[in-house]
Design a protein. Sequence first.
Lengths: 112, 112
Amino acid sequence: MSNSKLYKGSLSTIILKLLAENNKMYGYEITQKVKELTQGELTITEGALYPALHKLEADGFLEVEMQRVDNRLRKYYKLTQAGNQEKVSRIEELERFIETIQGIVNPKPSLG
Amino acid sequence: MSNSKLYKGSLSTIILKLLAENNKMYGYEITQKVKELTQGELTITEGALYPALHKLEADGFLEVEMQRVDNRLRKYYKLTQAGNQEKVSRIEELERFIETIQGIVNPKPSLG
DNA sequence: TTCTTATGCATAAAAAACTTAGGTATTATA
DNA sequence: TATAATACCTAAGTTTTTTATGCATAAGAA
């Protein structure tokens, strides 16, 4: 993706989350959805997206279904059962990460 | 650092933030402070920390002051003026990133 | 007294995750 | 008829990290 270095590491979590909410999506659709959801703040590059999808599939978290639309090929991805589990733990991890970061950036003054 | 891939990219922002709040710190102190602030959730590795400090210094964001304590050498870092500016924009970027991520992970249902 | 842990710095090789820059092909639009 | 949008892909290069070292002093345990 473009934008900042901060996004590193969160791409596959984002993919898992979107697939959990939309049942099945194809790559290009994911890039557009992310742009829409983030009002253009986050743009996933294809060079990042496709390898990430392939890795998630290789890890058994996604399954593929091809579909031809307007004579163009779409590769629809959906979560496997393992993928759904993985999504849960990745989201938890992401939320813990955000809390941890908040604890540094926005530290609560100690009560002592 | 150890932990997860999510921390990628946020290390130098964390360093800048800590230096802004503590005036001057040395490397080892930073690792301990981060452990403390995050209750052990985040552990900065030295292999990540020192190169990051050197890069921030090379970029003109940090200045160094050596000090000998108990016959051990400490390298104290403090923000330059440019470093303080950089800290402000990095923190803004980090907060925007968190909001963006929240927008994906915890999307508000549209009112339409 | 000697080994381990803690303190304090550092770098180099490898891995991981990206960006950048290409490539192919179809359809819609200017 | 050229460009943009849709739809997939990969390879080279960059950046940032982990892992694995190395050196040195001080403190504490065996």
